[in-house]
Design a protein around this ligand. Sequence first.
Ligand code: UTP
Length: 304
Amino acid sequence: MSISGTGSVDTAVFTVGGLGTRFLPATKALPKEMLPVVDKPLIQYAVEEAKEAGIEYFVFVTGRGKTAIEDHFDAHPYLETALTDRGKHDLAETINGDRPEPGHLVYVRQAEPLGLGHAVWCARKVVGNRPFALFLPDDLIRGNNGPCIGELIDVHAEHGGNVLSVMEVDREATSQYGIVDSEPGSKDVMRIRRVVEKPSPADAPSRYAIIGRYVLDPTVFDHLATATRGAGNEIQLTDAIESMIPTTPLHGVVLNGRRYDCGTKVGYIEANVALGLERSDLAQDVERVVRDALDRHTSLGRVR
Ligand code: UTP
């Protein structure tokens, strides 16, 4: 069973099966991907980015305790009627327009959160033998020139193979990311010759880190099928991508935009402030409360 479509990359996989331990206790009963940034859950930002780039089919790799994600993209007839009865037509239209077309949404269960590589592998029967986009929805990305995944799809159309979104990070931060080693001379689009999962700053081949957007060749599933557990005792996607380098071109696209790491508390707070400031209906008040909070913090002598 696999989805068939028309475009070169028309299917996106969203891995939402992780435990979200960095957000406990919030994530005891609430999926991390349902945490709201301003007034939309993280997962919806990712789905909107995918739609904007022309993606038509949406595959969610879920796990225990993630049913709120399915409910979110379901129809809500009572809510829509209640909103319409109250004259809130815009809001009724918004919640109606949030969901992909019926039949274009597939949920597969990961059963056990054995790592990102395992989560991606769980989507293999649905994706089939076609390139696909991969979203890690806790990375909220605002592209400067349209959707980040759209740039990756364009590079995939030119070069094929695997394409990753990368961004420069502080050297001290390399041990939190997959880090790429690219051929000299490459700038916005780099040919990658090696990827290293979570290297220490001393061992990192560069400061370019892989972030949560990919376009992957379906042969990645064969590599994941034989993968053994890597860093953190998890099946690592980076290891599978690395093992494909001899046979499959690998390119990195330097992020042209801003990425908020909503898998961390600070990144999540930053995203709420930044996206609040982007909103014309909220910007003034958000600026005021942030300034007030900072002034109060300073007056209490808490700034180091
Ligand atoms: P993370 O490592 O950031 O998410 O994985 P996590 O494991 O949920 O969070 P922490 O580290 O415990 O706080 C990145 C993405 O991969 C998914 C996560 O849901 C997240 O979207 N993931 C991770 C899976 O789907 N399955 C897994 O086994 C691991």
